[in-house]
Write a protein that binds this ligand. Structure first.
Ligand code: NDP
Length: 392
């Protein structure tokens, strides 16, 4: 639509309607039904977010690291409703170079970040920083009046997560935690099938998630430090399997237990744990168990067992290719495939853009991130106590 937007249309309509409007204005009382009067109303929605369907929600990306470059930025560029207007980085030259590459022209750093408050071309902020920085930058962005999508895990502590949720409420802005799997078509489909009873009554779920951490690779180095990583394998990678399991249940766990599972003399694990084997029990009697690891290769699978069938997801939550097989008595095996590789990343930001535009909760809100940190902290308490059951 060249040069035509809703405002232009109103102005054009206003010109042709001017004469009859002027005539009617002479008898204002006659225009309204008895008891009806014009009166001001509170703001509904966020005036800064473009309401016109063709306009894209504008994002600032905070932290231009490997995941931002590899998945977040391409995902936004592949989305239907979003665009990137600003980069926030501690490395100005990198930000400028990437800006030139992607056509992004606004730059902020970690010191002047709060001045995004005055930038009306930023609607939403995507936090892609190490975990230990999530709470600070999320709260600063919310205070600046922006909606925030924060990477998983939400933050280092339960108290930080609670402060983030409270900051979103105080600012009347949306806070989401970037659990991309909730926008990945095969995972969404599998969870729908489970909840629709396609594999009968849900009985038992498992999830394994891990990789072998590399002490010489910068993105892994901060993950092995408590201050920046927040926690260890369970925080960074085990959370996928735990959250993926919870995506398929219609109930929340009542107790958890866990044991640490990693070589204690491994120099990588001086500050955070290298592995956790965990279990969750639910009110109905079903249970789930899984593992997280910074010392094994290729852990990325989930299994969901029902009374009439099972769903195997292997891999369950990679960036680009899930494989889901569904097995039911007598009906053989069915395989689902992921389709467009950027679907989950694009779907996630489009979903959040809609939540921000309408100021309604995102599919994976801050409360979900808070729940997961509470559960992981309870697992740590159990593992510290040698595997005792901990009520949650
Ligand atoms: P990287 O180390 O690759 O990137 C982190 C970026 O944060 C850096 O490049 C830097 O950006 C910025 N930063 C600011 N302060 C620091 C600091 N003190 N130390 C290190 N980096 C700093 O990490 P990832 O991209 O792998 O992870 C970023 C976030 O994304 C994490 O929360 C992680 O859990 C999450 N993630 C999510 C995944 C998913 O599938 N959902 C997958 C991978 C990661 P700059 O130079 O621009 O300042």
């Amino acid at each position: 639509m060249t040069g035509i937007n809703r405002r232009n249309l109103f102005m054009a309509a206003g010109a042709t309607m001017a004469a009859p409007m002027a005539a009617a204005a002479a008898t204002p009382a006659a225009m309204s039904a008895p008891g009806v009067k014009a009166e001001g109303q509170p703001v509904i929605g966020n005036p800064d977010i473009p309401q016109e369907p063709g306009k894209r929600t504008r994002w600032a990306i905070v932290g231009l690291g490997t995941f931002a470059l590899g998945q977040v930025i391409p995902g936004i560029l592949a989305s239907d409703k979003c665009t990137i207007t600003a980069f926030v980085s501690g490395n100005p030259q990198k930000a400028k170079d990437l800006g030139a590459h992607y056509g992004v022209t606004k730059f902020y750093d970690y010191n002047n970040f709060d001045s995004i408050a005055a930038d009306r071309e930023i609607d939403c902020v995507y936090i892609v920083l190490p975990v230990g920085l999530h709470a600070e930058f999320t709260i600063r962005a919310l205070k600046a009046g922006k909606h925030v999508l924060c990477e998983k895990p939400m933050a280092s502590t339960v108290a930080e997560c609670e402060a983030m949720v409270a900051a979103a409420k105080a600012a009347n802005r949306q806070l989401g935690v970037a659990y991309r799997v909730h926008f990945e078509p095969n995972n969404v489909d599998a969870a729908k099938r489970v909840k629709a009873g396609e594999i009968g009554k849900l009985r038992y779920l498992t999830g394994d998630a891990g990789f072998n951490a590399n002490l010489n690779w910068p993105p892994h180095v901060w993950r092995l430090q408590k201050g920046l990583g927040g926690g260890g394998s369970m925080y960074d990678i085990g959370i996928y399997a735990m959250n993926g399991v919870l995506m398929c249940t219609d109930e929340e766990p009542v107790s958890v237990s866990a044991v640490y599972s990693y070589p204690r003399d491994d120099v990588r694990f001086k500050e955070v744990e290298g592995g956790v084997d965990w279990r969750m029990t639910f009110p109905s009697g079903i249970s789930a168990q899984g593992s997280s690891s910074y010392c094994y290769f290729g852990g990325n699978r989930q299994k969901i067992f029902g009374s009439e069938g099972s769903i195997i997801m292997d891999p369950a939550n990679t960036y680009y290719e899930q494989r889901v097989t569904i097995q039911k008595g007598g009906s053989g095996i069915m395989e689902l495939h992921a389709g467009n590789p950027y679907t989950q990343f694009a779907g996630q930001v489009d979903g959040f853009a809609e939540a921000a535009r309408t100021n309604t909760p995102h599919r994976t809100p801050g409360e979900m991130g808070l729940r997961d940190i509470r559960l992981i902290q309870a697992m740590y308490r159990s593992a510290d106590a040698g595997g005792a059951s901990v009520k949650v």
